[in-house]
Design a protein around this ligand. Structure first.
Ligand code: ZN
Length: 136
């Protein structure tokens, strides 16, 4: 599906892996003054969203022990986990990435924490950054 309005690629959110939401959330909410935005849990993580204008910060707490976030925190400790870009044409962008030899974690889009269709690209193809693509 080709969208009729092209808005351009934007930062949708930054995913930050944390050991515990309760310890970190007050910093973003109370010190930085970022309003909370309700999000669904996803991929075995509890997720709290805080808004920075049109962009979100997703705080990702390991919930299930074998989840990607649990493995990330075990291996690397807390910190920036991924960046999500909203694109005009998710399916078209995924097809373009695949054709360019970029390793896709999700071959086809699935539903993410914001209830939108998303897909992840492998960091080994993107300069070491886990990239999530989302549609508007
Ligand atoms: Zn994300």
């Amino acid at each position: 599906m080709t969208p009729s309005v092209r808005r351009g690629t934007r930062i949708a959110h930054i995913g930050i892996a944390v050991r515990g939401l309760d310890a970190v959330l007050p910093f973003y909410r109370d010190i930085l003054g970022m309003p909370e935005s309700p999000l669904d849990d996803a991929d075995g993580a509890r997720i709290a969203g805080v808004a920075a204008g049109d962009s979100l910060v997703e705080l990702l707490e390991p919930h299930l022990p074998d989840s990607p976030i649990a493995k990330f925190v075990d291996k690397k400790g807390p910190g920036i986990h991924h960046i999500c870009f909203t694109v005009d044409d998710l399916d078209g962008t995924l097809a373009k990435a695949k054709a360019a030899g970029i390793v896709l974690i999700d071959d086809t889009p699935r539903i993410g924490a914001e209830g939108k269709r998303i897909a992840f690209l492998h960091p080994k193809s993107t300069g070491g950054v886990l990239i999530e693509l989302s549609e508007y």
